[in-house]
Design a protein around this ligand. Structure first.
Ligand SMILES: Cc1ncc(C[n+]2csc(CCOP(=O)(O)OP(=O)(O)O)c2C)c(N)n1
Ligand SMILES: [Mg+2]
Length: 661
């Protein structure tokens, strides 16, 4: 497509018209951003973006991330205009209505071509960093013939102001991700008004200082936009293009003000905008010549895609590449041998160490894993199985030194998983799930296979004290939909949890792992953790108690059971590795493990070194819950378990008291 304004301007105006009309019809939404960035988007999509609307999943397509997700009508317009099957015009007419894939903010699971879910500002750009990392990694593994694409981002002032932006661009700059280009909608407006209300930052200087190339352009001058993009593509560094734009461009009375940010323009202003833009068509009517120009942008990609398919066919690793991009594990993958060796020689191990052993078995067999840690490699035990560092000099490495960037790491892992071809896992202390929680939430919402290796999972970490001791974390993460939270009790369960997590194609997992050594409690094979909770020990005497415990407290529960049995009280011990998986089991199974009988017959008791909040879900209100409903303290782990009453000596008498009424 040429830069002729006579052709490009109507193309950009088609975006403006669709956006303002859809927002008007929904009586809600954000017209300002799509109208302001329409010109930039028209140049990018018509001249640079590599995509094939007929094959939205094409592995070597450029990734386009609308980080400023409130401007969702921009991407919906682009997808429709360039010829994707969805959204249809009807979908756009139903913008923000139940059942339309044109949701308020772009959702990756609703529309092809929406590469990630955006709306929480800053995270789109941070995920794009992960996409760019995955691209370079797969390029290093499979070569230019099959992996050679760019990652484009449209970001607003908000995306650049968010804290995660610092982490994301620091990582991208350090890793020299030169194929990532951010188009910044530099409109100097946010919701509250002009940006000078809240910031005086020199953004270009910050990006430059972080190893980025920075270009500037007039975001309403096609030639200038084109020049800046070409300049960015030619530079080896990741690029930020500051596109000076006018928010709501085309709405004559409201443009340039925050009034266009997040409200319909109103009937009169829409009519005035039509006049200003010279757009004479009714709402949702697209003239044929403009549509034809737009469709030709999509058709350009079909040729490039065809050539790529030929190269892939000739590629020696075609089957492996396709397997990896499909996200399938190798047919023969299993940890049976590793688990058998653990059963043959029981060991007392921290589950973080057990996780390292599992990774030692996994990484050599699964070339798609990319591990990492937010500067706690030696504590999270995440580097295992002979994998080397992923660096700017060697993108084939499979271990990322994320630095102290928990949120940036988690967002990047989302981007990698969304890109496909890799399975990211990364670690920090469990307590710092708080630092990456917004990205964990997007892992869950976006259905990404990201594995969080979260160690030091309770007061059991000891001397570092309450700042580092999770209390509410495990339970609060369990509340998150579509997230598996696993707290394995020993080396066998840890390996089982890894097996389960790797098999999840559409959900993330948090592994909560201990710092302290734990005795091996499992001596049998078969992935019992897959049921979420299972009976580890059956009552010897007549069953009066079911002890439900997780992680490091499972061995404590076994001790309690032994003591109860000595007093003639039968006690089952249930290892509740993952409540979400347990809740998914058929009723018969759950009823067998936790029978629906009155407390007089069987009392249920939970033991977990964290908040007791919510455990009545399993104990019922008649049972007992042992845990920690306060912050911990700084002391050796054993002293803490003693102080907080998490010992058999403290627990058993309370159970006996309650049994004896
Ligand atoms: C993390 C986060 N905080 C707050 C919001 C609410 N919000 C949506 S858009 C916006 C202003 C963004 O300003 P800018 O990026 O400049 O967008 P523009 O107004 O220029 O379209 C805010 C605060 C959000 N979506 N995400
Ligand atoms: Mg803005």
């Amino acid at each position: 497509m040429s830069l002729d304004p006579a052709r490009l301007a109507p193309m950009a105006n088609a975006i403006r018209a669709l956006s303002m009309d859809a927002v008007e019809a929904a009586n809600s939404g954000h017209p300002g951003m799509p109208m302001g960035m329409a010109d930039v988007a028209a140049v990018l999509w018509s001249r640079y973006l590599k995509f094939d609307p007929a094959a939205p999943g094409w592995a070597d397509r450029d990734r386009f991330v609308l980080s400023a997700g409130h401007g969702s009508m921009l991407v919906y317009s682009l997808l429709h205009l360039s010829g994707y099957a969805r959204p249809t015009l009807d979908d756009i007419r139903n913008f923000r209505q139940l059942g339309s894939p044109c949701a308020g903010h772009p959702e990756n699971f609703l529309l092809d071509g929406v590469e990630c879910t955006t709306g929480p500002l800053g995270q789109g750009l941070a995920m794009a960093v992960g996409m760019a990392m995955a691209e370079r990694h797969l390029n290093a593994q499979f070569g230019n013939d099959v992996v050679d694409h760019r990652t484009w981002v449209i970001a607003g002032d908000g995306c650049l102001m968010e804290g995660v932006n610092h982490e994301a661009i620091g990582l991208a700059g350090h890793l020299k991700l030169g194929r990532m280009i951010v188009l910044w909608d530099d409109n100097r407006i946010t919701i509250d008004g002009a940006t000078d209300l809240s910031t005086s930052e020199d953004i270009a200087a910050r990006y430059s200082a972080t190893g980025w190339h920075v270009a500037h352009c007039d975001g309403h001058d096609f030639g200038d936009i084109d020049r800046a993009i070409a300049e960015a593509m030619a530079d080896d560094r990741p690029s930020l293009i500051a596109c000076r734009t006018v928010i709501g461009k085309g709405a004559p009375n409201k443009q340039g003000t925050s009034a266009t940010h997040g409200s319909p323009l109103g009937k009169d202003e829409v009519a005035a905008a039509r006049k200003t833009l010279g757009w004479t068509h009714d709402p949702f009517v697209l003239p044929e010549d403009v549509l034809a120009d737009w469709r030709s942008t999509g058709e350009r990609g079909a040729t490039v895609h065809g050539e790529w398919r030929k190269r892939l066919s000739a590629h020696g690793d075609k089957a492996e590449f396709e397997r990896r991009m499909a996200g399938d594990l190798p047919a023969k993958f299993s940890l049976d041998e590793h688990i058998a060796s653990l059963i043959a020689e029981p060991q007392k191990l921290a589950t973080r160490k057990a996780s390292e052993l599992a990774l030692g078995a996994i990484n050599p067999k699964l070339p798609e894993t990319i591990g990492g840690s937010a500067d706690l490699t030696g504590s999270n035990n995440t580097k295992a199985g002979g994998i080397g560092a992923f660096t700017a000099e060697d993108y084939s490495g499979r271990y990322v030194y994320y630095g102290i960037r928990e949120f940036g790491m988690a967002a990047a892992m989302n981007g990698m998983a969304l890109h496909g071809g890799v399975i990211p896992y990364g670690g920090t202390f469990l307590v710092f799930t708080d630092y990456c929680r917004p990205a964990i939430r997007l892992s869950a919402l976006q259905e990404t296979r990201v594995i969080y290796v979260m160690t030091h999972d309770s007061i059991g970490l000891g001397e570092d004290g309450p700042t580092h001791q999770p209390v509410e974390h495990v339970q609060s993460l369990r509340m998150m939909p579509n997230l598996l939270v696993m707290r394995p009790a020993d080396a066998v369960e840890t390996a089982e949890c890894w097996e389960i997590a790797l098999a999840q194609k559409a959900r993330p997992t948090v592994l909560a792992l201990s710092r302290q050594n734990l005795p091996q409690v499992r001596h049998s094979a078969g992935n019992l953790s897959a049921k979420g909770g299972y009976r580890l020990k059956s009552a010897g005497n007549k069953r009066r108690v079911i002890l439900i415990a997780t992680g490091s407290e499972v061995s404590l529960a076994l001790e309690c059971a032994e003591s109860l049995e000595k007093q003639g009280v039968g006690a089952d011990v249930v290892s509740m590795v993952c409540t979400q998986l347990f809740d998914e089991q058929p009723e018969d199974y759950r009823n067998d493990i936790l029978p629906d009988v009155g407390p007089d017959e069987v009392m249920r008791v939970s033991i977990e070194a964290g908040t007791t909040f919510g455990w009545d879900r399993y104990t019922t209100t008649h049972g007992l819950r042992f845990g920690l409903d306060r912050f911990g303290a700084s002391a050796p782990a054993e002293a803490l378990f003693e102080k907080f009453g998490l010992t058999a000596d403290a627990i058993v008498p309370q159970i006996m008291n309650k049994l004896n009424g």
